[in-house]
Ligand binder design. Sequence first.
Ligand SMILES: Nc1ncnc2c1ncn2[C@@H]1O[C@H](COP(=O)(O)OP(=O)(O)OP(=O)(O)O)[C@@H](O)[C@H]1O
Ligand SMILES: [Mg+2]
Length: 574
Amino acid sequence: MRKSSLSRAQRNFQVFNQNDHVNKYESLRDIPVIDVSDVEKESPQAVVRGPVIEVDSETDQESGQESTTRVAAAVPDQEQEPEVEGLQNNDDFIALSDSSEDEELAETSQNGSKEQEGEEEQEREAGQSVNTDYPWILNHDHSKQKEIADWLTMEIRDFVAYISPSRQEIEVRNNTIRTLRKAVMQLWPDADLQVFGSYATDLYLPGSDIDCVVNSKSRDKETRSSLYSLASFLKQRKLATQVEVIAKARVPIIKFVEPKSQIHVDVSFERINGLEAAKLIRSWLEDTLGLRELVLIVKQFLHSRRLNNVHTGGLGGFSIICLVYSFLRLHPRIVTGEIDPQDNLGVLLIEFFELYGKNFGYDDVAVTVSDNRPGYLPKNEWRELQPARGTFSLAIQDPGDSSNNISRSSFNLRDIKKAFAGAFDLLTNRCFELEGATYKDRVGKSILGNVIKYRGKLRDFNDDRSLVANRAIIENENYHKRRSRIVHEEVFVDPSESESETLKEEQDIYHIEGPPKKKRQTKSVDELMGIGNEEEDDYNPLSRENEDATLKKITVDAQTKRDYWLNKGNSLSK
Ligand SMILES: Nc1ncnc2c1ncn2[C@@H]1O[C@H](COP(=O)(O)OP(=O)(O)OP(=O)(O)O)[C@@H](O)[C@H]1O
Ligand SMILES: [Mg+2]
């Protein structure tokens, strides 16, 4: 790579060289500096480190020495010089990150057991090649597929199976929550701990954090002293290490690592919007084929480029879900029932990247998913929106609060958009290249491999979600059942009641068959891509007329197909 390109790519990276372990609910600007004397009075063992308070470190307790400095935004050494790969050395594209983060995440995942490490080593010693860049193609070769888009769809399915949780991983998460919940109820008998976020929606990657919230009958647990009480309580019982209390933020939280599982946990207090969102997202997943697959791919894509961290202007999990959901629900060929999304994941992924990387009008258009009616909203019709119309920013209306823009902290939109556009270019180029290759040259190749990197311990392809109940989901469902009773009967239900409900549910033999299978309609990729269908170019999602658009069936010869991919590929050089 040329020197100038390298330094430009490195400059692009500087913004991401920050520690991930931050309060994602806040932009840094919102976190005030905390008065040291004030804090020490209230909690003598707490030490202030810039905007983040560190509850006593191990050193404090064990040796009585002054606590060691641990600044929240510290950058691990190995992250300073990320590996740089562009779009075939085209520095317009946001490069894949160094693998260290994936490795770190994989280490926190229980799947990577010691035995597995040993097996990997044995394989290497035996001279077998272990593909660490895109291990999801191991023993899953689809190069004989006639349609290149079908190959990509299969590769997406394999990737999703590859990163889906094993039985052991689900059990580890379940146990972590069970233990923390018990501890909270021991400390505060009128309180309960619930899970929301990706664990409560089954949209977590192996290293994803667990988002929890403590709600109580007395509704008084969001105070600074309560936060410290819980932090100290968990630490004393060895249920939390690396504890941080972020007390003065708009959403006060405590953050820690649960030592047994090594999973990062965030706990917020006295709010229910996340619990509502979890239920809503699960209903979207049931009704929207392809949503889970595309969300996980986009999540991993952004994660591998360090563009998933809201704290550094990236795109958070909640925003990703809303973008993919609205994309699928507004896609003309899905809306008209012409294609089955699950059979066309490959093309849909390419089109997702095309929409948000090349075509979306960020200056004037906002995304709304309120009332289960995804749509596009002219920014000037959203009164509370800041910054308003005419600014290059992503605006997604919170389905639980129409005044809240959930992507307001994603200030690094330029790089996110560039990365999406780069992914579109990479995928279309790769499809074109492989479309023209002989079967012999295709063997062992990956389409997604340039776009997504997953480094870490080798995993298996088992998606064990149908074998072990996800405790976060059960408890969230119970919470909503109790809540509807509370609304009707105006009573507060003792948290212990929910514990016994959960146990009862867990005793039932748990078979999830997955979302109800919808009738499949298989369409060829030519139809899906709308080759030769000029009407498609005029599609304007803001226009109601297009809701009823009926799309013609067409047949396409091999040369037209090749021209199509060539055309897609050429668009990147413009
Ligand atoms: N900007 C926001 N405004 C309101 N609620 C938010 C916002 N960001 C996150 N949340 C709430 O927190 C939950 C978790 O958000 P997050 O962005 O961590 O997604 P996630 O699905 O948990 O992804 P990940 O696996 O990457 O942690 C969301 O489901 C939502 O309820
Ligand atoms: Mg989360």
